[in-house]
Ligand binder design. Structure first.
Ligand code: HEC
Length: 122
């Protein structure tokens, strides 16, 4: 019983440390909330690791959110893509679904996906 109560906060702090440790995270974004949003809304296209290899396929293809190409972009740029979507692609405008705060939360989680990918590089 004690363990169950302790695990949540410990996992949360580990996630936060991972995000802060990577040196790039969306200012003010809550990683834990972002993860829930990502799981509910984004995972079906972008996949568990953000690599865009989920079961939904599109043309143009789903962006690999863990890639250097995406991770090198500024938070503002990622949040704009999420806010407005990408014209003529499967990436919709989430401004109708998510608040500004939720967009920064989910962007913070996108940074965590990038830091996971970086750790597996040689
Ligand atoms: C229906 C499938 C789908 C869903 C759901 C989806 N995306 Fe996307 N996403 C795409 C596609 C396809 C692209 C590539 C668009 C392009 O070619 O410009 C993309 C691109 C992006 C980009 C831009 C990456 C870059 O290169 O700058 C970001 C950031 C992103 N998605 C985040 C999210 C987040 C966060 C969610 C959930 C709130 C989400 N996406 C939900 C399909 C999806």
């Amino acid at each position: 019983m004690m363990n169950a109560r302790v695990t949540g906060p410990v996992l949360l702090s580990m996630l936060l440390i991972a995000a802060v440790g990577s040196g790039s995270y969306a200012a003010g974004g809550n990683v834990a909330k972002g993860k829930v949003l990502y799981t509910n809304l984004c995972i079906r296209c972008h996949g568990v690791d953000g690599k865009g290899d989920a079961y939904m396929k599109f043309n143009p293809p789903v962006a690999d959110l863990s890639s250097p190409a995406v991770q090198s972009k500024l938070d503002e740029s990622l949040m704009k893509a999420i806010h407005d979507g990408r014209k003529d692609t499967a990436m919709g405008a989430w401004k109708f679904v998510l608040s500004e705060e939720e967009i920064s939360d989910v962007t913070a989680y996108v940074r965590v996906l990038g830091s996971h990918a970086n750790r597996t590089l040689p």
